[in-house]
Design a protein around this ligand. Structure first.
Ligand code: C5P
Length: 283
């Protein structure tokens, strides 16, 4: 195998319930994550003499893809030289999991490049050492995450479309969790634990406990929310720890109309739930 090309999709947290800071420095979550069809990063993994990670803005050891290869080397006890080139379509620090998805794609790509044949369960286990959201992207689809988000079980989502809109400066996840700690704890959720089966039910059920801290750090998010609501989205939800915001619609046509009705610039995309996660598109 000379080179592996993968697509790394973004995700949405349809529900993100956050508990108080635990002794390990993380917050226990219960979250329904859904991989998205829409703009995806392209990750190319090829043989190299050593290790190279190229990604606009985050080259080298600062990239989660680098940590992903470190974790694979520890797991296998082998040196795994590779060049990883990441072409970004998913904005960074947006709450869409782009960096985590790139890291998962790197795990799957290096596994294929070096013919490691670790299998999905082992890849998920290694992914959990790289970051809380990385294991999700190995299988993707709709999955519940618990613990830090890395303990995964099967989930379901009714069909939906969403308009992603990112106009506000990026938010760093640790900063948002620190702001969460300074606010009163969220109220326990009312209503069903599992996702409803219809779009109407989903619209009333989506929730993100990181809204108040993200909003405290970026009051301008209110304008982005109002732009989506004024264009007809219902409901509107912060993506992960922000700063991207999603406006929901029952189908793609309605989402396209909403996207077209929003004036101004910034990242915007129409997305739908994806059946899988990171995907090899060419060897
Ligand atoms: O796991 P990951 O490296 O993506 O997490 C980044 C940071 O976000 C952690 O160091 C922690 O501060 C915060 N975090 C958290 N609770 C989680 C996930 C992340 O507090 N469930």
């Amino acid at each position: 195998m000379e080179r592996v090309t993968l697509l790394a999709p973004p995700k949405l947290n349809l529900r993100l319930l956050v508990g108080p800071l635990a002794a390990d420095g993380y917050h226990p979550v219960r979250t329904l994550m859904v991989a998205l069809d829409g703009p995806a990063d392209v990750v190319r993994v090829s043989h190299a003499a050593g290790r190279v990670v190229r990604c606009p803005g985050v080259d080298g050891p600062g990239n989660l893809a680098w940590a992903a290869i470190d974790a694979l080397e520890r797991e296998t006890g082998r040196s795994l030289p590779a060049e990883v080139v990441i072409e970004k379509a998913i904005p960074s620090r947006a709450g869409l999991g782009g960096g985590s998805s790139d890291a998962a794609a790197t795990l799957v790509g290096v596994d294929r490049l070096h013919d490691l044949r670790l299998g999905v369960d082992a890849l998920e286990r290694v992914a959990a050492r790289v970051g809380s959201d990385v294991p999700f992207f190995v299988r993707g689809g709709a999955r519940w995450g618990e613990g830090r988000g890395e303990r995964l079980t099967a989930g379901t989502t009714p069909p939906f479309a969403a308009v992603l809109l990112r106009r506000d400066p990026g938010l760093a996840t640790p900063e948002v969790y620190r702001a969460f700690d300074r606010l009163p704890p969220p109220r326990p959720p009312a209503g069903p634990g599992d996702a409803p089966g219809s779009f109407e039910g989903l619209a009333a059920w989506v929730r993100n406990d990181l809204w108040p801290p993200a909003f405290a750090l970026r009051p301008a998010l209110g304008r982005t929310v109002r732009a989506l609501a004024a264009a007809g989205a219902g409901p509107v939800l912060l993506c992960g720890s922000g700063s991207c915001v999603a406006g929901f619609a029952p189908d793609v046509d309605a989402a396209r109309r909403i996207a077209a009705a929003i004036p101004g610039d910034g990242f915007r995309a129409v997305v739908t739930p994806a059946a899988g996660g990171v995907r090899i598109v060419a060897d």
